[in-house]
Design a protein around this ligand. Structure first.
Ligand code: KG4
Ligand code: ZN
Length: 393
């Protein structure tokens, strides 16, 4: 991991508290100006969905190329929208990892150049920490209290992780207490949507179509994972493990057993002929059996996320839940978590839809405590595609 250095010559007594955040870890190029980790002045996102949609997944080389094309206009737009000049900024924050190596590097090289040219500090941010801070940022904006310790579920196309998040003197620390053993939940949504001939990324399509299906139509059962017995040293550290690849295979088996292939091929072709198809058009192309399959799959994913997150919350005695990452945009997931948290007397917070998926406001927000602590990156900063967050046990 990149060594962080304290640079005493840079005064951290915030003048304006303005941080420019830059995010380019996957398929969105984003820049944002956030004041004191609490007020979003701008958050510009250039999505590459149209580029990658025809391949049904993110193509790393194309992603890097588009980041290169977009980074300058996106940063300019973020500054203009915030009505802030480069000189007024206190620091530049950038995503260090995890993510695609080449994509990350575009943001990092640009941020480094900017920080060097302006003589301003550079702050490296973990993308996963960013997702958690998307929620904390909006809670500050709304003056909503989220008491620590917090259990954070980061659930996106690349991650399904549970973190115990604690704060001491405004410095956050994290312990990874759960993860997926195979696919991330968003990845499972995307793969099943593709399998059923729907658009990319699949999550929003599945979410919209599931509302028209019977979630009990297919009895996908709970995902039980045999845990290895804890070693003595791990006895105090429960792990909450997810797995979604079995569920994806179960959908494939269902498709084969019920002969849905021809209908899927027809749907895929019909959508391919449309200019910019949406779930609304797909609904007309789905029969009740397919809608039941979609709703049942979504229900099974949410059942699993809910069951293990609540077990972790109970075992770790947390007071609040933070649910973030692209899949946190799912309407049924929000409804079920809100309902269950209320039953248990837990606070639960989600990001707004705009801050659920990748964005730079969350990067600038996560950088704020680091700015205050004077924790800056050196000019050795490079991309860390597999960067982990916090301690792993
Ligand atoms: O956080 P994000 O933008 O990028 C990653 O860091 O992965 O998450 C993207 C993921 C995709 O897998 C997408 O299908 C999923 O979030 N997603 C959803 C919804 N909106 C986005 N999944 C389920 N329901 C949604 N409404
Ligand atoms: Zn993300």
């Amino acid at each position: 991991m990149q060594q962080q250095s304290s640079q005493p010559e840079v005064s951290t007594e915030a003048k304006s508290g303005l941080i420019l955040g830059i995010e380019s870890s996957c398929d969105e190029t984003s820049a944002a100006v956030v004041r004191r980790g609490a007020q979003v002045l701008s958050n510009v996102v250039a999505s590459q969905i149209r580029t990658h949609a025809r391949y049904g997944g993110v193509v790393p080389e194309l992603a890097s190329r588009e980041h290169l094309e977009n980074i300058i206009p996106v940063v300019r737009a973020a500054l203009a929208e915030a009505n802030v000049t480069l000189e007024q900024l206190d620091a530049i924050a950038v995503t260090e990892g995890p993510g695609l190596a080449g994509a990350l590097l575009v943001g990092i090289m640009y941020a480094k150049g900017l920080a060097f040219a302006l003589g301003k500090p550079l702050i490296a941010v973990n993308h996963l920490e960013g997702h958690i801070h998307a929620v904390l940022l909006e809670a500050r904006e709304k003056e909503q209290k989220i008491s620590a310790p917090i259990l954070a579920l980061v659930v996106s196309g690349g991650h399904t992780h549970l973190y115990l998040a604690q704060t001491r003197n405004d410095v956050w620390s994290y312990r990874n207490v759960g993860k997926t053993l195979d696919d991330a939940a968003g990845e499972a949504f995307d793969k099943v949507a593709k399998l059923l001939g729907l658009g990319y990324p699949g999550g929003p399509w599945m979410d919209a179509l599931a509302q028209h299906g019977d979630a009990r139509a297919v009895p996908f059962g709970p995902v039980n994972i045999k845990q290895k017995p804890y070693r003595e040293a791990d006895a105090q550290t429960p792990r909450f493990l997810f797995s979604f690849s079995g569920l994806k295979t179960a959908v494939l088996r269902y498709v084969e057993a019920h002969g849905l292939q021809a209908r899927i091929a027809a749907r895929r072709e019909a959508l391919a002929r449309m200019e910019s198809p949406s779930p609304k058009e797909a609904l007309a192309l789905c029969d009740p059996e397919t809608l039941g399959l979609i709703a049942s799959f979504q229900r099974a994913v949410i059942d699993d996320l809910l069951r293990k997150t609540m077990a972790a919350a109970e075992s770790l005695h947390v007071r609040s839940l933070v649910i973030s990452g692209g899949v946190a945009a799912n309407s049924e997931l929000r409804r079920r978590f809100t309902q269950e948290a209320a039953k248990r007397g837990l606070t639960v917070a989600f990001p707004s839809l705009a801050l659920s998926t990748d964005n730079a406001a969350m990067i600038a927000a996560a950088a704020w405590p680091r700015f205050q602590a004077g924790s800056f990156a050196t000019d050795e900063l490079s991309s860390e595609p597999s960067l982990a967050l916090g301690s792993q046990r």
